[in-house]
Design a protein around this ligand. Structure first.
Ligand SMILES: Cc1ncc(COP(=O)(O)O)c(C=O)c1O
Length: 404
């Protein structure tokens, strides 16, 4: 893949003071924030233009998303991922997390349990526990990186453990992160099939969160869980959004694709109860434009992100050789094993933030399996910023531990 020189990902866009979570949450002056999963890049020019036209219309009453926004998504899924979805199977939602929360509500009653494959995106735990249900962790297994892989290690699913936990009649749901945040796996069809067959055997519904699907690294491919066959489509729902790949998270716009009519109705009702199914006037304009017009931008972005991942690997090898990084097959989130430093992840992240002035996400956020000293580094910043953050990290570690 050659970089597309038409798009600029190198310019540093000042975000502090723009009311954004990444830079404006009370963090100290001068801290470089490489934590929450959004990107420090301007959106694709076509998206900015489409939004400008919408602003120029000047009236911002209740929106009615046109049918063509679902059609654009269906075209995108077919064209990019080879999955033929029915526009009639799509529900709107004000974000993937609210839609996951609604699905948990739709499936769980008192005492019910939901499987999360840990380490996992922190909101997976929240959408279950905050509603009074129980999370059951199916820990991913760390494995050496396969021959030819770019990273130092990787992960696979523990199917025996999954089977044990799915067999509990109280277990109603598996929240699948496909691809996986934070370990960066793009699950292969055989892996998805095995997990899916276990779930089907035990009547466990699969909520497949595919929000990072469009962020594949070279050589990786996204396999929508529901594309494995009708049996899988009928016993799952897919959670999709343009928000990660096109940096549109502030619009809070997502889609749930669910082929089974009865299940879709249950999820629709659960969305409606909390009024989380009505989109705002800008989100669907931005997402539709992304899918209709911004494929070239996305491919250029993916090339740039892969360059940032290579930059991180080279930096670690040369300057911090005892820190190892997971192979990144998808997402822009690098998962770095810092256990040689002997510090719990929250303490390490806190010291890096306050002393080195660089903020990464501590592994402990992602569940117990993340607590053995990992950091999640958001690679979606201009390369110069990433390098500055790594320099600060190396300088701090050199000055404070004998480990390096
Ligand atoms: C796996 C995963 N799902 C969902 C979300 C957030 O989705 P939304 O902002 O649409 O609620 C994130 C954000 O980082 C994520 O990583």
């Amino acid at each position: 893949m050659l970089p597309n020189m038409d798009y600029d990902f190198d310019t540093i866009v000042p975000r502090r003071g723009t009311d954004c979570e990444k830079w404006d949450r009370p963090i100290e002056e001068g801290v470089l924030p490489l934590w929450v999963a959004d990107m420090d890049f301007r959106a694709a020019p076509a998206i900015v233009e489409a939004l400008r036209r919408r602003v120029d219309a000047g009236v911002f009453g209740y929106a009615l998303p046109p049918a063509s926004w679902h059609e654009s998504l269906v075209r995108w899924l077919s064209h990019r991922h080879g999955w033929i979805a029915d526009p009639g199977s799509i529900l709107d939602a004000t974000g993937v997390v609210p839609a996951l929360a609604a699905t948990v509500r739709a499936f769980c009653g008192t005492g019910d349990k939901v499987i999360v494959q840990s380490p996992a995106y922190n909101c997976f735990y929240a959408v279950v526990r905050d509603q009074g249900f129980e999370v059951v962790e199916n820990r991913l297994c760390r494995i050496p990186a396969p021959e030819g892989a770019e990273g130092d290690f990787s992960y696979e699913m523990d199917y025996e453990d999954l089977e044990r936990k799915a067999a509990d009649p109280k277990t109603k749901l598996l929240i699948l992160s496909n691809p996986h945040n934070p370990v960066g796996r793009a699950w292969r069809p055989d892996e998805l099939r095995l997990a899916g067959e276990i779930c089907r055997r035990h009547g466990v519904f699969v909520a497949s969160d595919e929000i990072h699907a469009d962020l594949q690294m070279p050589g990786s491919h996204h396999i929508p869980f529901a594309s494995l066959g009708n049996d899988f489509a009928q016993t799952s729902a897919t959670f999709w959004s343009a928000s990660k790949a096109f940096n549109l998270a502030g619009f809070q716009t997502a889609a749930v694709i669910c082929a089974n009519d009865g299940t879709r109705e249950r999820i629709r009702r659960a969305l409606r109860v909390h009024r989380t199914g009505d989109l705002n006037a800008f989100g669907f304009v931005a997402a539709k434009t992304a899918w209709d017009e911004c494929e070239g931008w996305l491919d250029a972005l993916r090339t740039y992100l892969h360059g940032n991942y290579s930059t991180l690997r080279e930096f670690l090898r040369a300057r911090l050789p005892r820190l190892h990084v997971a192979t990144l097959e998808a997402t822009y989130l690098a998962w770095v094993d810092t256990s040689p430093l002997g510090l719990p992840s929250a303490e390490l992240a806190g010291r890096l933030e306050h002393t080195a002035k660089v903020k990464f996400a501590p592994g402990a956020l992602y569940g117990e399996a993340g607590d053995t000293s990992f950091l999640r580094i958001n690679l979606a910043s201009p390369r110069a910023m990433l390098l500055e953050a790594l320099e600060r990290t190396a300088g701090f570690l050199k000055g404070t531990t004998a480990c390096m």
